[in-house]
Design a protein around this ligand. Sequence first.
Ligand code: GDP
Ligand code: IMO
Ligand code: MG
Length: 433
Amino acid sequence: MANVAVVGTQWGDEGKGKVVDLYAENADVIVRFQGGNNAGHTLVVKGEQTILHLIPSGILHDNKTCVIGNGVVVDPLVLLEEIDRLKSRGLLPPNTKLYVSENAHVIMPYHRKVDVAREKKGGGKAIGTTGRGIGPAYEDKVARVGIRICDLLDEKVFREKLNRNVEEKNFYLTGRFHEEPLNAKKIYEEYRAYADKIRPYVADTSVVIHNELKKGKKILFEGAQGCHLDVDHGTYPFVTSSNTAAGNASCGSGVGPSAISKVVGICKAYTTRVGEGPFITELTDEIGERLQQVGREFGSTTGRKRRCGWLDLVLVRQSARVSGIGGIALTKLDVLTGLKKLKICVGYRVDGKEFTESVPASLPLLARCEPVYEEMDGWDEDISTARHIKDLPKNARSYIKKLEQLAGTKLILISVGAGREQTIVLKNPFRDV
Ligand code: GDP
Ligand code: IMO
Ligand code: MG
């Protein structure tokens, strides 16, 4: 029986939330395995929009187990507010359970403060982070000074770790950034209150998932961000601070890699990026503006305008290789409607050489790359009500075929609108990919 990982193939915001919500119907357990509330995953069900930052996108379905895995960094206030918001809207189904890993690291006020202070001080070198403290929280995890959820629940351990951290972080914040020092006692009181509220959700989630696997239940792993924001495989240093590639579904949730049998890559029909960093197919003209407007490309987390450009197959091919993608879910095809000509980037040209399978690691080299495009005719017909491939106009079908050919990977889903139902399902990854 298949367990499926869903990951982004670009720079995030590909529509992972929509696809995970849809696939959750066929799954029993939905697991977030990395990132934190830098993510914003949008679900539109019966016309009602829900944006999730930490809670897995299966949460709107009843009889599911939703897991925030050990690889996630958790801002407790954001989590509690997200739970409350769902509750107050009557959107928490009665038999769906939510668990948070006791090993997940906690985002502390000093993480947010360091994140924002560094970005401010960036002097033209800012990454354009979400300012949620994600990077500094992962830094502490790797430096072995982080506070885990289980530490937060233990008064003595928490106080001791907090004091040590605040002393060190205040030294850095005041000395390096001339920021006001943080008050450990205040943080202690605030976080003790969160601890009591979070306690009922805390579990050894590796064991939770493992027990479900033993019962033959189906697991859906929900990636955040996208492959080119991966700290190893992305456009470093303009990346996030975790591994976003499918391999991390294993480490970030505490199951062996053999448990993950299928990987679905989510790919927007064009490319977007929030924040700084290289973007070879970026359009700063009226077409880019149009994609931004029609696609409503504003960040789901920070509300920032997303940069837009043509579909870039070099990015997608690299993601397919790095994550072992077996099928592509193409989203936002409807946004291309009305464009006379469409371009797909098939390679990067530099110094007489062409990169087609991989993005050059060196940023100075990447900056000199020119996109190589194939051009196709667009379509004018409204496709938002299409539910079968045959409902799509000829040119849309040609675009899809071309994409499959160039990516070397089959499409298994086509999304033509934000709504759960605005989808052409070609294959079920739990069964036939
Ligand atoms: P995620 O971070 O990958 O989950 O993506 P986001 O939720 O941040 O951004 C995707 C945006 O596109 C959201 O506003 C979705 O509601 C919307 N969306 C998803 N699929 C489609 C689609 O096929 N067509 C259109 N027009 N909007 C879509
Ligand atoms: P979802 O899951 C798009 C970007 C930020 C910034 C860089 C580093 O919704 O696709 P960070 O705060 O993580 O240190 O910021 O990564 N970024 C995202 N861009 N979608 C996301 O998540 C993102 N999460 C982080 O804009 O450029
Ligand atoms: Mg998003």
